[in-house]
Design a protein around this ligand. Structure first.
Ligand code: SF4
Length: 213
């Protein structure tokens, strides 16, 4: 469906979703938020980054990954020649959990089914990079552990799912930094793979609806 949408139509469709998110009270996370964080970036991005949830700074500004972990994510993107404007960045849930607690399964289920799935359908990314275990759990088996599967692409639904650590986890444990940087460098090979198959994009089946629980 969205393969036939122009860039402007995708932008408008994403803005429509953002407006719905601004008014959303579908789960308990709405009550403590300052601002919603729908996501930001290129509406037809080849790479979609999905983090966990907005933190303090994101909640204040309404933008994803603007704190220390966002600065580090920007550095990782620059390392492989990309900027935020080349990709789309969002989170599993669009409102900050109080005190930065983990989002609950029902909150994740509601937000993903209502918003993230639709964002994916509009953007149609060729690579979905999951940042941390919560977004990894949307696309990988429950037995998958981030310490074991990070940097290992999974090809399904006509795209690549690519799990990496959450930048905040790397900032808390600098021993993870070499692995994180290696995983980002490998993204260049995945991009080349995507470009090699880009001529076939119109023949791909639509992505599956995500089923969480
Ligand atoms: S987290 Fe998602 S589902 Fe819950 S209130 Fe916010 S936008 Fe709505």
């Amino acid at each position: 469906m969205s393969d036939t949408l122009s860039l402007e139509e995708r932008r408008a469709a994403l803005e429509q979703i953002a407006q719905e998110i601004r008014a959303c009270q579908a789960c308990p996370l709405h009550s403590a938020r300052t601002r919603v964080v729908p996501g930001a970036g290129r509406p037809d991005a080849e790479i979609l980054f999905i983090g966990e949830a907005p933190g303090y700074h994101e909640d204040q500004q309404g933008l994803p990954f603007v704190g220390a972990s966002g600065k580090y994510l920007g550095e990782l993107l620059a390392m492989i020649g990309l900027t935020r404007n080349d990709v789309f960045i969002t989170n599993v849930v669009k409102c900050r959990p109080p005190g930065n607690r983990d989002p609950l399964p029902t909150e994740i289920d509601t937000c993903v089914k209502t918003y993230l799935n639709r964002q994916i359908e509009i953007i149609r990314p060729k690579i979905i990079v999951t940042l941390g275990r919560f977004s990894m759990a949307l696309f990988f088996p429950p037995t998958a552990r981030i310490t074991k599967v990070h940097g290992q692409p999974r090809r399904a639904d006509g795209r690549i799912y690519y799990p990496v650590f959450h930048p905040a986890a790397v900032l808390r444990n600098m021993n993870l930094r070499p692995a994180m940087e290696a995983d980002f460098r490998r993204m260049l090979d995945l991009l080349k793979e995507v470009e090699a198959t880009s001529n076939n994009t119109h023949d791909e089946p639509p992505p599956k609806q995500l089923s969480l629980f």
